[in-house]
Write a protein that binds this ligand. Structure first.
Ligand SMILES: NC(=O)c1ccc[n+]([C@@H]2O[C@H](COP(=O)([O-])OP(=O)(O)OC[C@H]3O[C@@H](n4cnc5c(N)ncnc54)[C@H](O)[C@@H]3O)[C@@H](O)[C@H]2O)c1
Length: 329
């Protein structure tokens, strides 16, 4: 729990989608929080009142050093990154520079300022195309695109820094983050949007057809199966990871998913149930690098953090996203 004598938690990317929910969760338990964000894809409106926003780019190593030196930070939650798989194939330099170069700046400053607790946003993309219905953390890390490779690289850096410098970290491999606050006050706002739930809500509202990439996969209905995890559950896992690091845990790489798969068609059906509107679709070819199944075996996060999703069903996730979408459009 929060402790007044403790320094603040630095949240990079705290104005973004997942980071803003983590900020909320930390604030709800009385933690002091500082957000570091350049607002390149984040939103000033998602920074809660009373939370300082340091608006700098992590590329600026001196500025990052100065931020870390300005307070006695207790820990860093590192969300800031670029996170579009397709863009990473077209512009790998952007991804290596931002996701790896910037993170090295940040971790260097952590070492210099003696901040030894880090929670890092990794991704199930590090598993590549494993061809298995359920993924455990013991599987080889074998990403098939630059985005996944940058995340895998930082996982390795964190492992090395842990062994050599005692920097302890959780590398949290999110599956598909989705959903919004129950009261519709905070939610997903990516530009451009590539995530299925907001795209399907948009299609339901506008009537513009949604492309379904691949309808001939070896899955029950031919469309890709993914593991949708509520963004508030992700935020909760970060708070738990922070507590475990404070309690002296070494850290680990952990899957954050529900363990249950939902196909693209099942998501669209859920959107239709929740919104009461049809989702028009067009069948499109498979996208390279899209495996049929990406579903977590979530047992390790449960045993390590005592975490399990409180809002696991797709309808609950979609209903919260629908409330947010209805308010924000
Ligand atoms: N959304 C998902 O489904 C998902 C799944 C797996 C992993 N992740 C990871 O979770 C993290 C957050 O994802 P998100 O969906 O919230 O993305 P987002 O784009 O909404 O948030 C990223 C935030 O980081 C900031 N940022 C980016 N580069 C920066 C820089 N150089 N300096 C300072 N700030 C910078 C952006 O302005 C933004 O506020 C990312 O690391 C992403 O790779 C997300």
């Amino acid at each position: 729990m929060a402790d007044d004598a403790r320094g603040p938690v630095l949240v990079t990317g705290g104005a973004g989608y997942v980071g803003s929910f983590a900020v909320r969760a930390l604030r709800a338990r009385g933690e002091r929080v500082v957000i570091l964000d350049d607002l390149s894809t984040g939103h000033r409106a998602h920074v809660p009142e009373g939370v300082p926003l340091v608006e700098i780019d992590l590329r600026d190593a001196d500025a990052v050093q100065a931020v870390l030196a300005a307070d006695e930070f207790d820990a860093v939650l590192h969300f800031a990154a670029n996170a579009y798989v397709g863009e990473s194939v077209r512009e790998p330099r952007k991804y290596w520079e931002n996701n790896v170069g910037c993170t090295l700046n940040l971790l260097g400053a952590c070492l210099d300022q003696d901040v030894r607790r880090v929670v890092f946003s990794s991704t199930c993309t590090v598993y590549g195309e494993p061809g298995l219905p359920s993924l455990t953390e013991d599987l080889p890390v074998a990403p098939v695109n630059p985005y996944g490779r940058t995340k895998a690289a930082i996982e390795q850096v964190l492992g090395d820094y842990g062994a050599a410098y005692g920097l302890r970290s959780y590398r949290l491999r999110y599956f598909n983050a989705a959903g919004a606050a129950a009261d519709g006050s905070l939610g997903e706002l990516h530009e451009p949007e590539t995530h299925l739930v907001p795209l399907a809500l948009h299609a339901a509202v506008t009537g513009a057809p949604l492309r379904v990439f691949g309808t001939d996969y070896p899955t029950p209905d031919g469309t890709c199966v993914r593991d949708y995890v509520h963004v508030e559950d992700l935020a909760d896992a970060h708070v738990r990871a922070l507590d475990r690091l404070r309690a002296g845990a070494e850290g680990a790489a952990l899957n954050l998913g529900t363990g249950s798969g939902t196909s693209v068609r099942e998501v669209l059906e859920s959107v239709e149930r929740v919104s009461g509107r049809a989702v028009p679709t067009i069948d499109a070819p498979r996208r390279p690098g899209d495996p049929p199944f990406l579903v977590a075996a979530p047992g390790r996060a449960q045993s390590e953090l005592g975490w399990s999703p409180a809002q696991p069903g797709i309808d609950a996730i979609v209903a919260s996203a629908w409330r947010w979408h209805s308010r924000s459009t």
